[in-house]
Design a protein around this ligand. Structure first.
Ligand code: GCU
Length: 606
């Protein structure tokens, strides 16, 4: 009897046949969508009593039922509609002082009506939910997703009704040892439905996904694929690039898949001229339009070649911290502000740390001509031996590549940041790298690796991971965690590999408008002095092909409590949390201006 009850209660958690998770739908911008952004009713549930019963068994009568008392005697102990609301997209931590430090579960509920047209399908799409999301529609489980920074979608065609739909999402941002990221990070664990939520309506057979980019190392051959989903899988695909007068047709196979390959004389995308073409993918039952740039990428010895020419990545690291207001950034405006500041610095490259940022960031980078390093949060001490942790990291990598594989701006996929050497770590990361290469053969692979002192004045890059990367990434804090700024003057850098290096982090903290002599920590003068010594050291590294100082703006971190200076902000920004530029900003700007004027990648050579 007990087993039957247990089985029945577990059944509540098996996604019902009426809803399913499907691979990410490509390019939601080019489709019929209905936004579910705005106010959502919420219930803060630290003990997850809306999910588990008092025996800590999953309950099949949880808050996802959105129950209402039917009679005066009915006992219902929650009510979404008279509860607080939160804005979506948005983290919960900066929307209420009570939730500033909150880590746990919050239930979100959104009601909507939807008249579905005949011969259409309906999906619910989340830009991201930090960290673990359980999704229900009209009281039925639709699916779940782990990972706070990548999109996911579920089909709800069979579940949706004309009126009175209620979408309920349990979002839990509790940190776990086996998760990705794991327990310790130097960024705020902003929780919630942090990016847009929308409904996507498609025809019964639709263009599910596609990759349309130049073939590896080619500047005139477009190569990729198109995948249909639905019941009419064998169709004729037409790819059109109207501005270039290109129309090509291909046929899908029984699985709805077509490889595409054709020669094309296209204007190439590069920072000074970020050319995007409208590309139309058309089948009898569907049409999708996208804005795509075409460029080739390779490495040759210690050079990085963009469209066949050596390039220097004049970069800056960025956290997804909303400019000027703090909290998780999510909008096109946030992206334009952050990337605008990077442009002002003279950057042609940004390292989006340490997780995939929202889609507006990469699409604006495409438009503004800024190359992107995109990374999954395999950060510090991940549980390397845990197969579930690996599956989770691999899934986040899959979703990152799925969303951004058609963005010319994205040039580097990074699989890790500052991860300690071990055999388990190496095999974990090697497997991620080969997975990335199997999904996308066109981009460069990197990671922020370890380095060590060979002797008092020699830094050595011989992390075994370097063997499997195209571009070496290295973080160093000479002058901040490692000695005083002038120490950099005595340092020489060596590498075991004939590969290009991007110094993926360096820098130090300064509180804006806090002044003193150049050796007084936390002052703008100390940071400025540190940058001067850093640049002198960096200029001497023969295989250096890029820099991304840590970091564009101050960002929140639970590891930074120093009162009156940090107040839970990491102050390594070149710009303060209020948008004020620190002295070191101009030191970096000056070097990037010089590099741009005389560097290999100035416009006229392309
Ligand atoms: C590390 C790390 C960052 C961190 C930075 C710092 O290198 O990669 O995430 O914020 O150092 O200490 O400021």
């Amino acid at each position: 009897m007990k087993t039957i009850i247990l089985l029945l209660s577990l059944l509540a958690f098996v996604p019902s046949v009426r809803a399913q998770q499907i691979d990410l739908i490509a390019n939601t911008d080019g489709r019929k969508t209905i936004s579910l952004d705005g106010k959502w009713q919420t219930i803060v549930d630290p003990y997850e009593s809306g999910f588990y019963n008092y025996r800590y068994q999953p309950s099949d009568n949880g808050y996802f039922k959105n129950a209402k008392p039917k009679t005066k005697s009915d006992l219902i102990e929650y009510d979404f509609d008279s509860s607080e609301s939160l804005q979506v997209p948005g983290d919960w931590n900066t929307q209420s002082d009570q939730l500033f430090f909150y880590e746990g579960t919050i239930w979100y509920k959104k009601s909507f009506d939807y008249q579905r047209r005949p011969n259409t399908r309906l999906f619910v799409y989340f830009g991201a939910a930090n960290y673990f999301a359980d999704v229900y529609l009209n009281g039925e489980k639709v699916g779940q997703h782990e990972g706070g920074f990548t999109p996911f979608n579920f089909e709800i065609t069979k579940l949706v009704r004309d009126t009175g739909n209620f979408l309920v999402v349990k979002v839990d941002n509790k940190r776990r040892r086996d998760a990705v990221p794991t327990l310790m990070t130097d960024w705020w664990n902003y929780g919630g439905l942090t990016r847009e939520v929308k409904l996507i309506e498609t025809s019964t057979t639709f263009v599910h996904d596609y990759l349309i980019q130049l073939a590896k190392g080619s500047r005139n051959r477009v190569s990729g694929w198109v995948k249909l989903a639905g019941d009419k899988l064998k169709q004729r695909i037409t790819i059109r690039i109207p501005e270039a007068g290109i129309t090509k047709t291909f046929a899908t196979d029984g699985n709805g898949f077509a490889a595409i390959d054709f020669n094309a004389d296209l204007k190439l995308w590069f920072p000074e001229n970020p050319k995007l073409y409208e590309v139309v993918v058309e089948v009898e039952t569907d049409q999708v339009r996208d804005q795509i740039g075409f460029r080739s990428l390779e490495t040759k010895g210690t050079d990085i070649l963009l469209n066949g020419r050596p390039i220097f990545l004049r970069g800056i690291c960025i956290h997804e911290e909303a400019p000027l207001r703090g909290g998780r950034a999510y909008s096109r405006e946030d992206a334009r502000t952050l990337l605008g500041w990077a442009k002002e610095l003279g950057a042609n490259f940004v390292r989006l740390a340490h997780y995939p940022h929202n889609e507006f960031m990469v699409r604006e980078a495409d438009r503004m001509g800024i190359m992107v390093w995109s990374e999954i949060p395999v950060y510090w001490t991940i549980q390397w031996e845990n197969p579930a942790t690996f599956e989770n990291a691999r899934n986040q990598l899959t979703e990152m590549i799925a969303r951004d594989k058609n963005r010319a701006a994205v040039v580097i996929w990074s699989v890790a940041n500052e991860t300690p050497l071990s055999d388990a770590r190496l095999s974990f990361l090697k497997n991620l790298i080969s997975h990335a290469r199997s999904l996308d053969a066109t981009r460069l692979l990197s990671a922020a690796m370890e380095r060590h002192y060979l002797d008092a004045t020699t830094q050595m890059i011989d992390d075994p991971l370097g063997e499997y990367l195209d571009v070496l990434g290295c973080n160093e804090y000479v002058g901040w965690y490692d000695g005083l700024p002038e120490k950099a003057d005595r340092l020489e850098w060596k590498s075991k590999y004939q590969k290009p290096l991007v110094m993926s982090e360096f820098g130090g903290d300064a509180l804006y408008n806090h002044h003193g002599d150049p050796l007084t920590r936390w002052t703008e003068e100390y940071q400025e002095n540190l940058y001067r010594h850093q640049l002198a050291m960096l200029k001497k590294i023969p295989f250096l092909r890029g820099t991304s100082p840590w970091i564009l703006t101050d960002f929140r971190s639970p590891r930074r409590p120093l009162p009156g200076i940090q107040d839970y902000w990491n102050r390594k920004g070149l710009i303060s949390d209020r948008g004020e530029k620190k002295k070191a900003f101009y030191v970096m700007q000056e070097w990037y201006r010089e590099l741009h004027e005389k560097g290999p990648d100035n416009a006229k050579d392309h």
